[in-house]
Design a protein around this ligand. Structure first.
Ligand code: ZN
Ligand code: FE
Length: 757
């Protein structure tokens, strides 16, 4: 008996086994269980081993095998290889496949198969929607949003024929029986695919804005080379400068605008089809990613996208989430109409309902390493396999980039990205997603783990869950410790490490806002060895939206009341009155929390150099600062270590001096980044000499900065450190939920041991 666990259902696994067994001349059977795929064949050990080796090597692209175990069984005599009906034998759950981009074979079928010529929702057992349409398990058509569509005889035949690529493809459909696209032109609705495509192509060529239903929600689309259209899109999204993602016709078209390494091409063309941040070589239209050195690029992933690019003139379309600023992406026509109905020149939809809302994912490649920054379509809800027992544990995450993580066995299953939870719509999305995960994965929490911050909605959610049920224990863990734990979980590092946890803000155990934290940590505890010097944050949250305030805060700490006399761009731009107001706030100590934040240091330097005075979106100032780097510059500034505190006043002094000497911002930015690299190397060496620790973990949103990560990795490796950063778990606050879960698991275990002792 061969037992295969992992992501092996809903990805064409049984037909694959059938083909493989036939090729190996094996007789027996394969069947789906809830928790695995079971195969029985009668043959000798050597042939079975060869069969298993081929099984691993040739498995369908979207499958992911966790474990194969072979045990002897008294298999009967078989005269053929058959696929048996699915059986539900345990309450354990097989994994749920993420949504899969349309495959090449389906694109070919769309031109050849009589009943699927130009069918814009074509799919097979290797591709198509999965998570977005699933309501419950087992994964069967009746449990998906395809339940209302009855298969025509032809689709039924394909669905039932083991040799067919559409064998048990739950969303299988065609022009005769499947869901259809429709176009609403404000009153008149057409569902003729050719008419729709012609209209859409003509409208986009004309600089119009359209809403187009995607896999996990609506996109707003326009010609990415048309500044007028892009400008109008920006207005209706009410989005201040936040970059738009661009979908290119194909890789070659993208190459005219961005640099693509072979590793990046691999990610870009993978079945997951994330938005990949790529180095710009030429801008698309103004208004897409102004001031940034990277552009978010994706390739067509739905059949409709491919059909559209055959007809539209432009090689590049803006495809941005159909939401206003940071709300959830719209998934239904009424939701879309309410927000954008009046502003778009057409709504293209289809009548297969999206059950699970899910945005496009965002990722980047640094060196050869993939870093997922927004974990959503194509990634969620695939599990992260860990070496730790996480069963029954829920991490509720942080706030700004919401997400939760449930533990099933040794798997950490992250929810899709749910946005800023301080927004009521996002919080509803988050709680709805949670209840759906409970049902889909048969999850019941015994332990909920939240942040320390009492005002995070995720903390309140944890309080509510444990308040409703006294059997549910609630543990709170520190934000930056959880960041480190998230990386350690993915890397399997159950030991003490040197940790750099750099981000915008997270509540510390002393009640202050932390974010420039150097820790010695394992899964049980952390020691805060060093941290960025506490600085006044004038106006609290207002200073997060207005980096100029942080610039003044640093300049005031450096020069006292002489700030207004410094000849730097910030002072000229902001003016004496505002500067004096902020200084007086700092002096009086009114609404000026103390923070040790790396994010705010980036803000201050971006403001002082004149790159960013106000922030239209999270991390805008740090992103502009990174984009400005002159990579040939090797210089750096000074820092000072006073006890546990790292002071950057010498760095600020260096920046001011450079500005007074009219040094260009690219050089200043490089020197600033190089200083942080040197600080990390310096502290790593110092901690190693005191503790013997050699493993360095980088965590927190600041490490989305690819220059910083690349340099730090290089220099740490030169100094013989082992460096770890996350890959499939976002390094930003979305990844925190997984870190919380693993910390909670260890703390809880210790508690129980103490109790029994
Ligand atoms: Zn396919
Ligand atoms: Fe954080």
């Amino acid at each position: 008996m061969i037992r295969v666990t992992g992501l092996v259902q809903g990805v064409g696994f049984r037909p694959f086994i059938h083909r493989l067994a036939t090729r190996h001349h094996l007789h027996g059977w394969v069947e789906n269980r809830n928790d695995c795929v079971l195969i029985s064949v009668n043959s000798n050990k050597q042939i079975i081993n060869q069969f298993c080796a081929d099984l691993i090597k040739q498995a369908p692209a979207a499958s992911s095998i966790q474990e194969i175990s072979v045990e002897k069984d008294g298999a009967g005599h078989f005269s053929a290889f058959e696929v048996r009906e699915s059986r539900d034998v345990t309450n354990e759950v097989t994994e749920i496949s993420p949504d899969i981009a349309v495959c090449e074979e389906c694109l070919a079928d769309m031109r050849n198969q009589p009943h699927r010529i130009g069918y814009p929702l074509i799919n097979c057992s290797h591709c198509g929607p999965r998570f977005s349409i699933i309501r419950d398990l087992p994964y069967d058509r009746s449990q998906t949003t395809m339940s209302g569509f009855e298969m025509c005889p032809e689709c039924q035949r394909e669905y039932s024929e083991i040799k067919d690529r559409r064998y048990h493809a739950q969303p299988v459909s065609c022009n005769r029986c499947g869901p259809v696209y429709s176009l609403d032109l404000g009153g008149s609705v057409t569902s003729d695919p050719e008419k729709i495509l012609q209209y859409v192509a003509a409208a986009l060529n004309d600089g119009k804005l359209l809403a187009i239903k995607g896999t996990g929600g609506f996109h707003l689309a326009c010609d990415a080379l048309d500044p007028g259209a892009v400008g109008r899109l920006r207005e209706i999204k009410r989005r201040n400068g936040k970059p738009f993602a661009v979908m290119f016709r194909n890789v070659d078209c993208a190459r005219a605008y961005v640099r693509i390494s072979s590793r990046e091409e691999e990610v870009l063309t993978s079945w997951r089809r994330p938005i990949l941040l790529l180095r710009k070589i030429k801008a698309c239209s103004e208004g897409i990613a102004d001031g940034l050195n990277r552009l978010g690029v994706m390739l067509p992933y739905m059949p409709f996208h491919h059909l559209l690019f055959e007809r539209v003139d432009t090689p590049a379309l803006v495809m941005t989430s159909g939401n206003i600023s940071d709300e959830p992406i719209a998934i239904s026509e009424p939701e879309l109409e309410r927000r954008f109905g009046r502003y778009v020149d057409g709504v293209v939809s289809y009548n297969r309902e999206i059950h699970n809302r899910i945005d496009d994912s965002v990722a980047a490649v640094t060196g050869d390493d993939l870093l997922v920054m927004r974990r959503a379509r194509g990634y969620a809800p695939a599990p992260i396999r860990t070496g730790f027992v996480l069963e029954g544990i829920l991490g509720t995450g942080a706030e700004l980039t919401g997400s939760f993580c449930i533990g099933k066995g040794r798997n950490a299953i992250m929810s899709q990205y749910t946005g800023d939870l301080s927004n009521a719509g996002n919080f509803n999305f988050y709680t709805e997603a949670y209840h759906r995960f409970c049902r889909l994965f048969r999850f019941t929490p015994h332990l909920v783990v939240s942040d320390l911050h009492p005002d995070y909605m995720s903390t309140r959610f944890a309080e509510q869950l444990s308040g409703e049920n006294p059997a549910v224990r609630h543990i709170r863990v520190q934000h930056h410790h959880a960041h480190l734990a998230s990386v350690m979980l993915e890397a399997g590092l159950d030991e003490e490490v040197i940790g750099f946890s750099f981000d915008g803000n997270g509540l510390g155990t002393d009640g202050h806002g932390w974010g420039g934290e150097v820790m010695r940590a394992d899964f049980h505890h952390f020691d805060r060895l060093y941290h960025f010097e506490y600085m006044p944050l004038p106006g609290g949250d207002a200073a997060v939206r207005e980096p100029w305030r942080m610039g003044i805060s640093y300049l005031y700490a450096l020069t006292g009341e002489r700030v207004s006399t410094l000849g730097v761009p910030l002072v000229h731009a902001i003016g004496k009155a505002s500067i004096d107001r902020v200084i007086s706030m700092i002096q009086k100590g009114v609404n000026v929390p103390a923070v040790s934040s790396a994010g705010r240091l980036f803000d201050a330097v971006a403001a002082i150099t004149g790159l960013s005075y106000t922030s239209g979106y999270t991390a805008q100032a740090p992103m502009l600062l990174e984009s400005a780097i002159n990579e040939s510059e090797k210089g750096s500034y000074l820092f000072e270590i006073n006890g546990q505190q790292v002071s950057f006043l010498p760095l600020i002094e260096g920046v001011v001096g450079d500005l007074q000497r009219k040094t260009d911002t690219g050089t200043i930015s490089a020197r600033f980044h190089n200083t942080l690299v040197e600080l990390i190397i310096h502290l790593s060496r110092r901690i190693r000499s005191q503790t013997g620790l050699e493993k360095v973990v980088l965590a927190g949103g600041s490490f989305q900065n690819s220059y910083l990560v690349k340099k730090v990795k290089e220099k740490l490796a030169e100094n013989r450190f082992d460096v770890y950063i996350s890959s499939m778990l976002p390094v930003n606050d979305q990844g925190i939920a997984a870190g919380q879960a693993v910390l909670g698991a260890h703390m809880w275990k210790k508690e129980k041991e103490a109790h029994h002792a």
